[in-house]
Design a protein around this ligand. Sequence first.
Ligand SMILES: Nc1nc2c(c(=O)[nH]1)N[C@H]1C(S)=C(S)[C@@H](COP(=O)(O)O)O[C@H]1N2
Ligand SMILES: [Mo]
Length: 539
Amino acid sequence: MSSFRTTFSRGAQGAVAGLLSGYTALAVAELTASLVRPQAGPVNVVGGAAIDRTPPALKDYAIRTFGENDKLVLQLGILATLGFLAAVLGVLSLRHRRTGAAGVLLFGMVGAAAALTRPDTRGPADALPSLAGVLAGAAVLYFLAGVLAGAAVLYFLAGKVTKQPVLDTGTGDGGSLWSRRGFLATASVTAVAATTVGALGRTLIGMRGQGAVASRAAVKLPAPASPALPLPAGVQLKTEGISPFTTSNKDFYRVDTALVVPKVDTDSWRLRIHGKGVTRPHTYTFQELLTRPLIERDITLTCVSNEVGGPYVGHARWLGVRLADLLRECGVKPPSKGGPADQLVARSVDGMTLGSPVDDVMDGRDAMLAVGMNGVPLPFEHGFPVRMLVPGLYGYVSACKWIEDIELTTFDAYDPYWVKRNWARKAPIKTQARIDTPKPFARPTGETVMVAGVAWAQHRGITRVEIRIDDGPWQDTDLAPQANTDTWRQWSYPWNPTPGGHHLTVRATDGTGQAQTEQRTRTIPDGASGWHSVFVTTG
Ligand SMILES: Nc1nc2c(c(=O)[nH]1)N[C@H]1C(S)=C(S)[C@@H](COP(=O)(O)O)O[C@H]1N2
Ligand SMILES: [Mo]
């Protein structure tokens, strides 16, 4: 007769055995991934598969709610789910070998399947981390719970699984094979061993990245043949609380699907340009790019997932090769000059695809393959060694990071990653104005309150920003000088408020004379529109 206490304690042992099995599996997978390919680790591939399958609305919600921590939240979510399932499996395996074995098998299958179907998979070896991990996890379950997982799998496959309870010694006291102390000791040794293996894997992955880190440190950015025009005096207003005109690299927003930031070595990096109408396909090395005449430009980048008033916009001074020159060298003609390809698809080392209109890339704007950002080689997070930029287009249709391939094709023939997920094929950046200060629900004091912010309409420029207090008339704000039409522009308004609550609303007019629409839309499919508004209390 088994008392509640022994039942509970056996259950707890089963759960711990399951957790340790899962932990060991991840550690061994990490070590294997360090030898095969860091990106092939099970959390990364399952996380990547989850990101790709997340409905756009949920992805948008995640970006809104967790911001740039969305990846961390996803990974913690995967680990929590895995931990929970492993514990359940551990308890189940005490009595149901078939379920335990099937569960162990299933984990390995899910990981391996995810690894083999990632867009950046490098072949069957990518399944190894998941498979090695699951074998180690099964072995641990065997030792700790007494389940002969390997044999159970075979039995399971042969349909010969016995229903006999595993930890029941048949002595009738419901006790386990292990004394509690013996179990704890073995569990601790397993935990330490798994941690060591995992740490070794981490270290090896770190060392693999060191080659890329060293190659980045060795990059000497050449002086631009065509430097950026100096920023006009006054582009940066002195108003406290306004965003800096130039965003520092460390503060620059980051939006991508990479759970492991690709670490690419400049020596092994190549960019291939090929496809429809490419009469002279060519593969460029990093050195080849650096020896070409470089352009340096001020360009403001914006994410299509940026809500009205949102943070996913940043400004940098970029250094790179004019993309249209490379394309012309390869024989590419834009459709407006009779070329057969209207879409340029950029592909990254992590399998991301982004499509831009060839006409936009070749119409004379400063579309570039950037190698430098604010005076230094691109940070790894922002696409080292080379990324693409097309002024005026949202990032998801232009700004490919870690680029390795450019294919000329047509919009009819191919839908890139985000388009497959219901985002628009073409997405020029919409005109937006944002109030940076005062913040929503602030309680500014003083006779004069400085209202200030930024406005952007890349490649069209900003010619006017107006403000409305409550339901009053639209009034012009003071515009800072514009650096160029591809950058955002700061504005300010000295406001003498009456005490009480007030709604402040802003709207911008772009260089074509088009005023920003009041119509509020969601970010999907082609970017949010509408006026930014904040409520503040004064006096
Ligand atoms: N390889 C790759 N490039 C990518 C993305 C990505 O997920 N993977 N995201 C794009 C999106 S949606 C945006 S807005 C910009 C953001 O660039 P940043 O992270 O340097 O700000 O990168 C673009 N390039
Ligand atoms: Mo984006």
